[in-house]
Design a protein around this ligand. Sequence first.
Ligand SMILES: NC(=O)c1ccc[n+]([C@@H]2O[C@H](COP(=O)([O-])OP(=O)(O)OC[C@H]3O[C@@H](n4cnc5c(N)ncnc54)[C@H](OP(=O)(O)O)[C@@H]3O)[C@@H](O)[C@H]2O)c1
Length: 351
Amino acid sequence: MPAISRLRVVVATPLPDALVAWLQDALPDVDVVADASLLPPQRWPADFVGDPAFRRTSDQQAAFDAMVDSADALFGIPDGSADALARAVRAGSRLRWVHTMAAGGGAQVRAAHLTDDELRRVTFTTSAGVHARPLAELALLGVLAGAKDLGRLRAQQASRTWPDPRPMRSLPDLVVAVLGLGHIGRATAALLQRVGVRVVGVTRDGRPRGDVTDVVATTELVTIAPRVDALVVTLPGTDATRGLVDAAVLSALRPGATVVSVGRGSVIDEAALVRALESGVVGNAVLDVFAVEPLPAESPLWAMPQVVISPHTAAVTADQERLIAELFVDNARRLLRGEPMRNVVDTVEFY
Ligand SMILES: NC(=O)c1ccc[n+]([C@@H]2O[C@H](COP(=O)([O-])OP(=O)(O)OC[C@H]3O[C@@H](n4cnc5c(N)ncnc54)[C@H](OP(=O)(O)O)[C@@H]3O)[C@@H](O)[C@H]2O)c1
């Protein structure tokens, strides 16, 4: 990639003025263009959707589109919309880079149905990595919920039952399979290993990654399941990962095992998970992501004491947008120097 002398970045997603100013200070060779009046106000930190009541007048929409179309690079997908992204790629002849706020930005790019030429012309990067630590912490909560049988404790408490004691398990007794060793999977494995848990990584190729030396291929998931006390699912939602954790995998886990889901809901066959929880094959589940979001009111998962529902909020932290801005700055510097960028979307599998 050749080096570039100057770059025009348009902020296409709601962002605090202070962070826009920080981006400009950090990138002297970049013109950072932002107009808060053309974007919905944020309702909370890292709210990249903004107030849904916000509407642009037709003049404002024309001004917003013109601003987006003047960009070499976009900080965020305009209005978080696949249609707006497709429009921006087609209209913006200078556009060469779009950074998505989501770690799973590949799915947003796929939804824009861009042509191969368009996918070659524009590089898409994601915010993968920014959310790894808080999601690893939710995975730890799930593993502890299994060890301490949180579901049984909650059911007993609801029925004011004081049972005879029975042994609880301790973290070093457990084998935890971490499905996917990307940013979230590696952070999860590292955190679990630090507290004495035995981790088995599960990747496409079964080769060791980072500090995880015990690794098997995804094709071996059913085979290793009988020694797994907890399964932490961190995979992105792609055609290849859809339903990877199915009834066969769930029923092969150690009886009463725990399932944690922090990647994408489509990776787990949710109907099979409900059946496994109802029968006790799966003892506890801690879920941040679901097949359909928001989780429909009629889902049986809501009423299960052995299930902790985290409404896709476990990755939301106060420092999220600053971390995304730092990642963007690093990638902008790489682009200016003509170096490979981080977190480039795979435009075959879209993750
Ligand atoms: N709950 C939340 O709020 C939240 C927040 C952030 C992210 N997410 C979701 O979590 C996903 C993962 O995030 P991340 O930061 O860990 O992403 P990442 O660093 O891009 O890692 C993704 C990992 O998935 C692996 N993978 C992809 N397809 C696979 C397949 N078919 N079989 C086995 N492994 C496969 C990749 O393997 P290779 O190394 O072979 O490419 C890579 O290691 C995101 O895509 C997003 O959908 C959820």
